[in-house]
Design a protein around this ligand. Structure first.
Ligand code: DSN
Length: 426
């Protein structure tokens, strides 16, 4: 076969784009070279439906070892008792959990998407809102913090089978014992989707959901800095507290039900090449180097948030405990959409995001979400955050002026040379 120059040229253009710009999408990161290399390997050729030692195909002796290594390392990171590393994504991890523990039409309770939640936590356009009956809690208007009273009120009123905590645009920590207390009052299971802050939880820099939440899901590519993918975990086999049954009507341990929720419930063959990359990333997370990285993420986010506040930007909840911040732009007279476009022209990548109680639609929005995991991977420290905020502020002030934006882009492209990205790749 001839090398496909067209596609490889596009891959190279993407490398150049990532190198030149400032990546501030809170859910993105740069994996190590070895994680990327592991994704392009012969394990992509292998079918391995089933689990290590229990496969539906021959020839799985080697992939069994990689998958088991990934499972063991993940359990070590979070000191938990069950791990499934097969979900192709966070959304599929959540779908597998729902399939395992819910019946169609069951009630679920999650954080409203417009208040920082996630599509798979009950949005009407997602499987979670179509197959189940979604109910929502929100954040408080006065301080932007999760409204546990509304969670409790709705839980008592609706008696959901599953309470989902975790968010994609929430900059504060969670009160997991309180959530569990609410769930226990109404007989609900609790699932924590920790996709965003997982790398910080791994290093004990944030509260751990493992003691209080029955089931934990995550992606592997955000603060965990691994390949794109999903995972499911449990601290202990909560011993199926509600007597949930498999398709044959047998009461099974939760770990069995979750495994079956992934395969054969929602997926076929696992991506063993990606699982190899997950194993490598998990090994990296266990290192002291990653502890330093995770701590620096929080230092950087807090430094950046302080710089924004100094320039008169409104940070939802007034700051951050984790890797991200949500900026309400209403006092800056620009929508999230316009800000995202202007920043894009300056090679700063962010995403527009609704802010709590937003009066604009999800396509326009009043805010932008900013995260620092990627720039921290590039070696930026707290003293580098003010330059980023200056660039962003200049771009927002001159959002309609393409000449100024092009000038900022030039400055940024030169600036980012100090923080090399994949120097081994040409
Ligand atoms: N799309 C992810 C995010 O940006 O937060 C969540 O799945």
């Amino acid at each position: 076969m001839q090398r496909d120059k067209l596609v490889f040229d596009l891959i190279h253009q993407e490398l150049v784009r990532q190198r030149h710009g400032i990546e501030l999408i809170a859910s993105e990161n740069f994996t190590s070279l070895q994680v990327m290399q592991a994704m392009g390997n012969v394990m992509t050729n292998k079918y391995a439906e089933g689990y290590p030692g229990r496969r539906y195909y021959g020839g799985c002796e080697i992939v069994d070892q990689t998958e088991q290594l990934a499972i063991d390392r993940l359990k070590q990171i979070f000191n938990c008792d069950y791990a499934n590393v097969q979900p192709h994504s966070g959304a599929q991890a959540n779908a597998a959990v729902c399939l395992a523990v819910l019946q169609p039409g069951d009630k679920i309770l999650g954080l409203d998407l417009s208040m920082g939640g996630h599509l798979t936590h009950g949005s009407a356009v997602n499987f979670s809102g179509k197959l189940y009956q979604p109910h929502f809690y929100g954040v408080k208007k006065e301080d932007g913090l999760v409204d546990y009273e509304s969670m409790e009120r709705v839980a008592k009123q609706e008696k959901p089978k599953l309470i989902i905590c975790g968010a994609s645009a929430y900059s504060r920590d969670w009160d997991y014992p309180r959530i569990r207390q609410i769930a226990d009052q109404v007989g609900a299971l609790v699932m924590c989707d920790m996709a965003h802050p997982a790398g910080l939880i791994a290093k004990k820099l944030l509260n751990s959901p493992f003691e209080d939440c029955h089931i934990i899901t995550s992606t592997t590519h955000k603060t965990l800095r691994g390949p794109r993918g999903g995972i499911i975990m449990m601290k202990k086999d909560f011993d199926n507290p509600f007597g949930l049954k498999d398709n044959k009507g047998n009461i099974r341990p939760m770990s069995n039900l979750l495994d079956m929720g992934v395969f054969p419930g929602t997926q076929g063959g696992p991506l063993e090449h990606v699982i190899a990359a997950k194993a490598i990333a998990f090994g990296e997370i266990l290192s002291d180097e990653f502890t330093i990285y995770a701590k620096q993420i929080i230092v950087n986010a807090q430094a950046m948030s302080a710089c924004f506040s100094k320039k008169g930007y409104n940070i939802v909840s007034g700051g951050t405990d984790n890797h991200l911040m949500l900026i309400d732009l209403r006092n800056k007279n620009i929508s999230g959409k316009k800000a995202e476009i202007a920043l894009g022209k300056a090679d700063i990548t962010v995403n527009k995001n609704m802010v709590p109680f937003d009066d604009k639609s999800a396509f326009i929005t009043s805010g932008i979400r900013i995260g620092v995991p990627a720039v921290t991977t590039r070696g930026m420290m707290e003293e580098h955050m003010s330059a980023i905020v200056d660039f962003i502020d200049e771009a927002i002030v001159h959002a309609e002026d393409d000449v100024v934006l092009a000038g900022i882009r030039k400055k940024i492209n030169a600036h980012m040379k100090q923080f090399p990205l994949y120097p081994e790749l040409i």
